[in-house]
Each structure stands twice: as C-alpha cells, then as structure tokens.
Design a protein around this ligand. Structure first.
Ligand code: B12
Ligand code: SF4
Length: 541
C-alpha cells in the first residue's frame, strides 16, 4: 500500500528515462513521511497491469495521487497534448476514486505550466516549479495551513506565489530505492533550472533568468552524483538544463565536480553552439568530462531569420560544427534542431540550409519542426509578438481533412495559430519539415542519424557509440521494440515486488508523523522541525 502515488511516463518509451519532475515530486511527498510509489510508463502498461498496480498500491487510506505531465503522452506520440493525457488517465482516476473516495488528485508538469487545460477533476493544478507549491498543498491538506490559490483555474497553485529559494542545495532529484532504478540506467540530472535566454518562440516559463540564478551548488551537485552512484551504480545522465554551457563559470563548475569523482560519467545535454566559439577550450573540457550527446537549438543558418527570435548565429554555426567535430571525432552524437517557418527564411534559404546539413560531417541528426505558435502559454509569440511577422489564415482543404481525421492533430491545431508568412503557411512548413526529415534519414541511415542525442544517451544502455555509427536504424527497428518491451516488463515486475517505505526522512524535515496533527495541537512544535527557509510564507502576498 502507499500513502501517495505519482504517475508519470515519457511517450518515447523506446528511449525513455525517468522524468525528473516526477522523481522530485515523489521525494517531496516522501519528505513529509508519506510512503510514496512512483509509477513510470503509466500509459505503456496494459489496463490489466494498471489494475494490478492500483490494487497493490491504492487503499482507502491513500491520500494523494499525482500526475506529472512533462514528457507524458501515449506511447510513440511525439508532441503529446494534455487532452490525450486526460483521455488516458480518466479510467485510472475513476478506478482509484472507487477505492479511495477522499484522496486528493494533483497534476503538474510542463503541459499545465504552459497553460493547457485539463478536463479531469483534479483538486490541484500546479503551475510552474513544484517543490514549494506541493509543500504548500501538503501543509494545507495535512495540517490545515492556509493556501493561496490563483484565480482563473480551479485549484491552481502557482510558483509565482510559492517560489523556490532552496534550489541550489536541494537534493530531491535522487531516486529512492523503491523507484526501481536498474544498474545501467541513464538518469535525469540538472545543474541548473531555467534559461538565461529568451527566444521569441520558446514556450517555457523560466526563460530570461539571471546568470547564476537557480544553479546547484558544487557540493549539492556532487552529492547527487555520489548518491546515485552508491545506490544504483549510475554513471550515465541526461541533463534537463535548457542550456548547460551558458557561462564559462558553469562549465568549470561542472568539469571540476566531475573531475573530483572517484568514477567517470557520460552525459547528454542541450548546449549553445556559439559558446564553443566563445569559450575556446570548452569542447575539449566537456568531452573529457563525459559529454556524449550534444543537442543544439540552431533553428536557422540564415542570420536574418534566426535574429528575429534571438538565435542569430547564422552560417558561422557551420564552421563551429567543423571545429567541434575536429575535437570530438565521433565520440559525441551531435543533434541540430531547425525551425521551418521563421520570419525571413524563404524556401530557397531552407533548401540551401538542408543541403549543408545533409552533408555536414559534424552533424549526426537533424530535427526539422514547423514553427508552432501556441495560443496559450508563455512565449513572446504566444503573447502576440507573432503578429509582427505573420497573419492568421485557414489551412488548405487537404490539411483540413488531415486535421479532421486525427484527434491529436485536431488538438494541436486547435491550440496553435494557423499562421501565414510572406513565404509559406503552417501547413506548408509541416510538409517541408516532413520532406527534409525523410530525406535526411534516407541519406544518413545509421542509428546515430535517426535518433536524438538524448535517445543516444538511453541507447548507450544497450550498445556502443561505434555500433550506433555503423548499424543501420532500419535493421534495428524490431530489436529496439523488443528492448523497449523488455525494459517496461522488467520495470513492471520490479514494481510489483516493491515494498513502499513509510516515514522516510530527508534533510528538510527532521521528523514528521505520517498523518500530521492539526496546527492547534500543542505537541506539534516539539514534534516537527522545519527549517526557516521552508516555512511557507507566500512570497508576494
Ligand atoms: C530535457 C527536456 C527534454 C528531453 C527529455 C529527456 C528526459 N527524459 O529527461 C527531450 C530532448 C527528450 C525532450 C523532448 C521533447 N520536448 Co522537451 N524539454 C526538456 C526540458 C528542457 C526539461 C524537462 C525537465 O525534465 N525539466 C526538469 C524538471 C525537474 O522539470 P519539470 O518536469 O517541469 O518538473 C517540475 C514542475 O513542472 C513540477 N511538476 C512536474 N510534474 C509535476 C506533478 C505534480 C503533481 C506537481 C505538483 C508538480 C509537478 O515540479 C517539478 C519540479 O519543480 C523542458 C524545458 C524545461 N526546462 O522544463 C523541455 C520541454 C518539456 N519539452 C518540450 C517539448 C515541446 C518537447 C518535444 C515535443 C520537442 C519536439 N518537438 O520533439 C519533445 C517530446 C517530448 C515528449 N514526449 O513530451 C516543451 C513542452 C511543452 C509542453 N506543451 O509541455 C518544454 C517545456 C520546452 C519548451 N520550451 O516548450 N525534452
Ligand atoms: S529556446 Fe532554449 S535557449 Fe531559447 S529561451 Fe528557450 S530554453 Fe532558452
């Protein structure tokens, strides 16, 4: 049985890693002494297996059920949306309600933060960072503390009120033994949260942070690496930082900590390409520290186009990619993201760019995405800046049909502007992206060419980088499916064998009884010690 259950998953089951946000949420619950189980791969399990898991963990005493939406979607879904998560989670919610009538349902993660609505009756919807907001909910539910809800959405609790000051010393991104981590598993990690840049199209609520803000202290970062190594033997990571190399200071801190470890690690990350020109030794330093997957948001090789959204590195990217290649020599999987449909990118520009990328020896994988302008959200575009460059138009008859025939596409288009620029509209941008992607995969057939640099980090659990550079993706297709199925099966078996611990202690709360006494209880103060920095006084009220 469990006091709390956290459901989560990554729609690309083949290349999955446990979602960072869900691990953190589970640990916040545990820090309150609540016996918590995290159920990953939630939508990849058969209804029978879900039923068995619910029977094993949910009882009438279960108090909290959480859903973490970052990366969550139906297996194989590349751009999952909240409505799809609602559809798949509804039967799970109903089954749990039938057992525990009074349990509290809480949802959070990127989809909720972005402003997508949930049609399910969640008691709380957490907007933004979850550490402090979830604590506020738990203190409200468990000991009757007041809570500050945001207006507009029922049960919304926002990090705008409950901001997270303890980030740099927070250790909650370390899975617990009951999270069923296997020895060779690639785990998520973060050195920093939020991004110092503010690209026009970016739909993330923590952009434009100050340099150095929300970064882990070296001691905390090292402690996380050590704990994972000692508990699970972990040596491979995916950073969830938006830009790992935003400053020389951050690169140095990363490299110093890694050099001080008694073991070597490998990692993948989002990196800013122009910083390899700016910080001259960083390509070598990062390689030596263990970089194996580099993910670059280049967006456009056309300076005039990129500059309109804050990515104006232009054709110099091509030279820098040659330079990183000369240092990395195939040991790092290099992934480039390109947006089709930026202002000033004509069809001719896109053709030239595609020809360059297709032949570039320093590029292993390219993801072409049509520019999406969300109606809701936090990007400059979703707030209306797109109107400087685009008008809204109707999709062609052909596209309208495609949209109508597909529930997910309908949802995507429903939430995005169907834009038209001087050069193309969204429908054409989607077709162009698709054509370039197919062309790339046809011409560059090896595994490393067909999967993202993040997927490479997961695949390193099963094969070497050399194999990924010499094996054809098509020949591996069925093997990859089998591997994914085995991974989910093994995880299920281990989860069914798990005993959920209750009363786990953390560094935050020295003692916390499982069901907290009410505030009026005179024994309360002597039983619980919450350090001052975690006393929840809403920051802006
Ligand atoms: C790393 C990352 C990836 C990696 C993931 C690898 C991995 N397994 O970890 C890769 C490269 C694979 C990836 C892929 C994609 N990604 Co991505 N990715 C990110 C990134 C940079 C970090 C995610 C993360 O782990 N953050 C760290 C954790 C701790 O944060 P978190 O999950 O948000 O959790 C916190 C809160 O949200 C909250 N919380 C989370 N869950 C819950 C639950 C409850 C109950 C509560 C109370 C709180 C709570 O508490 C947590 C702690 O504060 C984010 C941007 C960002 N910085 O968040 C984009 C982001 C999540 N990705 C995004 C997108 C669009 C994609 C892609 C669709 C891109 C594409 N076109 O292919 C794909 C598809 C992914 C999918 N299936 O959904 C968007 C999602 C937008 C949306 N609608 O949700 C984001 C927000 C980027 C953006 N700028 O818009 N991504
Ligand atoms: S696109 Fe990347 S670099 Fe730009 S603001 Fe968003 S997270 Fe930062």
């Amino acid at each position: 049985m469990a006091d709390a259950v956290v459901f989560c998953g990554y729609s690309k089951v083949r290349f999955s890693t446990k979602p960072a946000g869900a691990i953190i949420v589970a640990n916040v619950l545990r820090s309150f002494g609540l016996g918590t189980v995290m159920i990953d791969h939630v939508f990849a399990f058969s209804p029978e297996r879900i039923q068995s898991l619910i029977q094993k963990f949910v009882t009438p005493e279960t108090r909290f059920v959480c859903l973490s939406t970052t990366l969550l979607g139906a297996p194989g879904d590349l751009t999952p949306v909240m409505s799809e998560c609602d559809r798949l989670f509804r039967p799970i919610m109903d089954a749990i309600r039938a057992i525990s009538r009074h349990c509290i349902f809480i949802v959070g993660g990127s989809k909720i933060t972005r402003g997508e609505a949930s049609s399910l009756p969640f008691d709380y919807q957490v907007h933004g960072q979850g550490e402090t907001t979830l604590r506020a909910i738990l203190l409200h539910e468990l000991r009757g503390d007041p809570i500050h809800l945001s207006e507009g959405v029922t049960g919304r609790v926002s990090d705008k009120v409950y901001d997270f000051e303890g980030y740099s010393n927070d250790l909650s991104l370390v899975p617990a033994p009951e999270d069923c981590v296997s020895t060779n598993e690639t785990l998520p990690i973060e050195l920093g949260r939020g991004c110092v840049f503010k690209c026009g199209f970016c739909d993330y609520n923590l952009t434009g942070k100050a340099f150095g803000e929300y970064n882990k202290s070296p001691d905390t970062f090292r402690a996380i690496l050590m704990q994972n190594y000692e508990q699970f033997g972990t040596r491979r990571y995916q950073f969830s930082d938006d830009t790992l190399n935003d400053s020389q200071e951050k690169i140095d801190r990363l490299c110093d900590v890694i050099a001080s470890l008694p073991f070597k690690i490998e990692f993948g990350a989002y990196l800013r390409l122009e910083h390899f020109e700016k910080f001259q030794t960083s390509a070598r330093d990062l390689l030596e520290a263990g970089l194996r997957g580099a993910n670059f948001g280049v967006e456009s090789l056309n300076k005039r186009a990129g500059a309109t959204v804050g990515k104006g590195y232009g054709l110099r990217a091509v030279d820098t990619l040659h330079e990183t290649r000369a240092v990395w020599r195939g040991r790092v999987a290099v992934h480039v993201n390109i947006i089709v449909g930026l202002p000033n990118d004509s069809y001719d520009d896109l053709e030239k760019q595609h020809a360059i990328l297709l032949d570039h020896p320093g590029v292993d994988h390219v993801v072409y995405s049509a520019l999406a302008i969300p109606r809701v959200g936090t990007s400059l575009f979703s707030q209306g800046a797109w109107q400087n460059h685009y008008t809204e138009n109707e999709p062609s008859q052909y596209f309208r049909q495609q949209i109508q025939n597909n529930e997910k596409t309908r949802q995507f288009f429903g939430e995005s502007v169907h834009w038209a620029s001087r050069d193309m509209d969204l429908s054409e941008a989607i077709m162009i992206s698709r054509r370039y992607s197919e062309d790339f995969f046809e011409n560059r057939p090896y595994v490393v060419n067909n999967v993202s640099s993040f997927s490479v980090m997961s695949l390193l659990e099963f094969m070497t980088m050399e194999e990924m550079r010499t094996l054809r993706y098509k020949d591996l297709d069925s093997r990859l499916s089998r591997m994914a199925a085995n991974k989910v099966n093994e995880y299920y078996q281990r989860l069914m064998g798990v005993e959920v611990l209750t009363g786990t202690q953390t560094q935050d709360i020295t003692f916390m009884p499982r069901i907290l006494p009410k505030r009026e209880d005179q024994t309360f103060k002597s039983k619980i010690t919450i350090p001052i920095r975690h006393e929840l006084s809403p920051a802006h009220t």
